[in-house]
Every structure is written in C-alpha cells, then in structure tokens.
Design a binder for this molecule. Structure first.
Ligand code: ACO
Ligand code: OAA
Length: 374
C-alpha cells in the first residue's frame, strides 16, 4: 500500500467553498463579497464593510443608520468584563487579556442555553454585532490599564474608527490619522481561510458556539507567523534603529536563520494585495508626524529583503509602523487586528454553520508498530 500524500500545513489544499472573500495571488487581488478591498478601503466606513461581510451586500442608508445606532448602544463594557480584565496582571499580553474577555462574554450570554441557542442565525448575528461593538472598548481599556490610565467612556457622536481612537487616547486625532486607522481595519477585516479563520471554522464545525470559535481564533491570531507579526515588525524596527543599519541587521538575522517578520505569505508569493494601500497610509502618517526616518527604515529593510531573498512584505509590515505612529503600544497591534478580523471570523462561522461538516482530517501514523505490555 502506498503512503497517502501529506500536505504539511494544509498548503495548497482546498478544504471548502466560501462566498465571503477571494484571495487571488495570480491577479494579486482580494475581493470581499466581490468588491476589491482597495475600493472598500477608499470609500467605505468600517461599519459598512462589517455589514457587507455578514450580509453579502452593502447596507442601504436606512440599514446603515439602524446598524450604527445599534452598534453605538452596545459599546459600554459590562462591569463583570471589567472585573475579569482587572484580575489579569497588567503585564500580561493584551491578546491573552482579550482572549479571556471574549470567553467571559460567552459565559455571560444566557441565550446560549436556549433551545437552539447556539445555532440560531438571528442570535448569532446579534452576538457578532455585540463582539464588534465590544472589542474596541476592551482593547482600548487593556492598553490604558497597562499605561495606568482610567477607562474612557464611548461617545455616541463618533463612528466606529473615531470612537476606537477616542477610547484609547482620550482624544480624536486629525482626520488623516482616523482615515489611516479606518483603512487598516478594512484591510484586516477578512482573508479567506487564514489560520485564525480556519480555527474558528474548525470550532464552529463541532457545533460549538460563536464565542468559543472567536476565542480560539484569537489564540491562533496571536502567533508571530500570523497576526503577531505586526508586533514583531515593530520589535525588529526597534532593534534595527535606523535605515543605515537595516542591511547589516538583516544579514545577521538571515545568517541566524531567523524569520523576518512582516515578510512572506502562504498564498501571495508576489506581494500581498493589501500592502500598497496600507503603505500609502503609512506614508501619509509619516508625513503627518514628520517621521521620514521611520519610512526610510521601512524602505531600507524592504529593499534589502528583496535583494537577498526576493520575499515581499505582507500587510503586517506597513501596519506595524502605522500603528506605532498612531500612538498604540506595540503589544496592542495584534488586538487591533483581532478587533477588525472579528467581522471576517463571524461571517465564516455563520457560513460554516449554514453548510456544516465536521472538520476532521486524517493523519499518517509514524509511531511505534503495535506492541504489548508484558
Ligand atoms: C496578516 C498575516 O498573517 S500575513 C503572515 C504574517 N507572518 C509573518 O510575517 C511571519 C514571517 N513569515 C513567515 O514565517 C512565512 O512567510 C509564512 C509563515 C507567513 C508563510 O510561510 P510558508 O508559506 O510556509 O512559506 P515557506 O516557509 O514555505 O517559505 C518558503 C521559503 O521562504 C523562506 N521565507 C518565507 N518567509 C520568510 C521570512 N519572513 N523570512 C525569512 N525567510 C522566509 C522560508 O524560510 C523558505 O525558505 P527555504 O525554502 O529555504 O526553506
Ligand atoms: O491569509 C493568511 O494566511 C494570513 C493573512 O494574510 C491574513 O489572515 O490576513
């Protein structure tokens, strides 16, 4: 009998269909429900993109107004969530705190216990909207607590992106900063069967609940080969210090066989479709904050990596320094990714429930042959 073909890391394996987004490395395109992500980033609020991912169509003006009203009414953090967060050491990684908070929200949702409470599509949409509204409050609070600052309450006159920045910094920055932040959220929202989304789908496929699936997805996103890379990019920039040191730093890192964070991608081999849009936002921010030095370092490392390995940046490469310029702590970068991606995760969880098959692949056993206790 010949051994089955092994697909390590499921590389190249098509495991299911999806109508949420398409990643096409040949044309270097990314479509959300058919719309190019660049067009959505140029023209849509993050609320509109969230709606599109969940419902398949952009909202009408009335639907958008109702959704915005609903979202604004769900932003306040429950005292029990606050207590759960306060119980975690402030030194813990924000992704650990966020993962705990989402899990705790699941424990506080009594509707999960209703008949069909886990799978009811209407309840699940409400849960997705609730998580969408809550994550900025939670992520902002985690950063403020780490800085020894008091919580800031949401403002109903602000949209999602503005309010997220307000909650974090206690002020709404200039429009160019808000816009760069909104663009990052749109670009991070969805990316087909990436590791965290697949994790969410695996969990949903057991007919477990939305909160469990999102909690698991947060765990998967934390790793530096996935979402954790946006933080790792900034750590690398801190290590390098300035553009003139990029080449030497890279040579040392490659000699030590280190992975260069923010470069490479499982699907895109000729560059990530989202990078030009995020890079343009980074450029605007660098100009706004008068930080050409950061852009120089960005360009120098990209150039050196291209020369030596011909490997291109992924979205985490421009997002890391962009979030740094906006004033976020490095440890908050991956939670920002999670707050954006909760839209894509939940859309995929709904899709999984709607046409479910338990996800359970096979493995080729390579351990000891059958043996017996004497
Ligand atoms: C938004 C996102 O989540 S995007 C991904 C974010 N993650 C990162 O930025 C982490 C750094 N990048 C990586 O580790 C990888 O590129 C991954 C995990 C993203 C993709 O990995 P894979 O598809 O498995 O690529 P694979 O590992 O086969 O790479 C092919 C070759 O390029 C090398 N390579 C790929 N990425 C990098 C990198 N960032 N630094 C150095 N070498 C790299 C590999 O070592 C491998 O070389 P080899 O053939 O000599 O062994
Ligand atoms: O698609 C992937 O493997 C990783 C990625 O870029 C994302 O999740 O945005």
């Amino acid at each position: 009998m010949t051994d089955p073909e092994i697909h390590k890391g499921l590389a190249g394996v098509v495991v299911d269909t999806t109508n949420i987004s398409s990643v096409n490395p040949q044309t270097n395109s990314l479509l959300y429900r058919g719309y190019p992500v660049q067009e959505l980033a140029a023209k849509c609020s993050f609320e509109e993109v969230a709606w599109l991912l969940w419902h398949g169509e952009l909202p009408t003006p009335e639907e958008l107004a109702d959704f915005q009203k609903l979202e604004r009414g769900l932003r306040r953090m429950d005292d029990r969530t606050r207590r759960a967060l306060d119980d975690i050491p402030a030194s813990a990684h924000p992704m650990d705190a966020l993962r705990t908070a989402v899990s705790q929200l699941g424990g506080m949702d009594p509707t999960l216990e209703q008949p069909n409470g886990i799978l009811d599509p209407e309840l699940n949409l409400s849960r997705a909207v609730y998580l969408f509204a809550q994550l900025p409050t939670i992520v902002a609070y985690i950063q403020r607590r780490r800085r020894g600052l008091e919580i800031v309450e949401s403002r109903d006159d602000l949209d999602y992106a503005e309010n997220f920045l307000w909650l974090t910094f206690g002020e709404v920055p200039d429009d160019v900063v808000v816009d760069a932040f909104r663009v990052s959220l749109v670009l991070y929202a969805e990316h087909s069967f990436n590791a965290s989304t697949f994790t969410a789908r695996v969990i949903a496929s057991t007919l477990s609940d939305v909160y469990s699936a999102v909690t698991g997805a947060i765990g998967a996103l934390k790793g530096p080969l996935h979402g954790g890379a946006n933080e790792a990019v900034m750590h690398a920039f801190d290590e390098i210090g300035s553009a003139d040191r990029a080449e030497a730093w890279l040579d040392d890192a490659l000699a030590e066989k280190r992975k260069i964070m923010g470069f490479g991608h499982r699907v895109y081999k000729n560059g990530d479709s989202r990078v030009p849009t995020m890079r343009a936002s980074l450029e605007t921010l660098a100009e706004h904050y008068d930080r050409q030095d950061l852009l120089d370092l960005y360009n120098a490392l990209e150039q050196a990596m291209g020369d030596r390995k011909n490997i291109k940046p992924n979205l985490d490469y421009p997002s890391g320094p962009a979030y740094n310029l906006m004033g976020f702590d490095t440890e908050t970068f991956t939670p920002l990714f999670a707050a954006a991606r909760v839209t894509g995760w939940t859309a995929h969880i709904f899709e999984q429930y709607a046409a479910n098959s338990l996800i359970r692949p096979l493995s080729l056993y390579t351990g000891p042959a059958e043996r017996h206790l004497s």
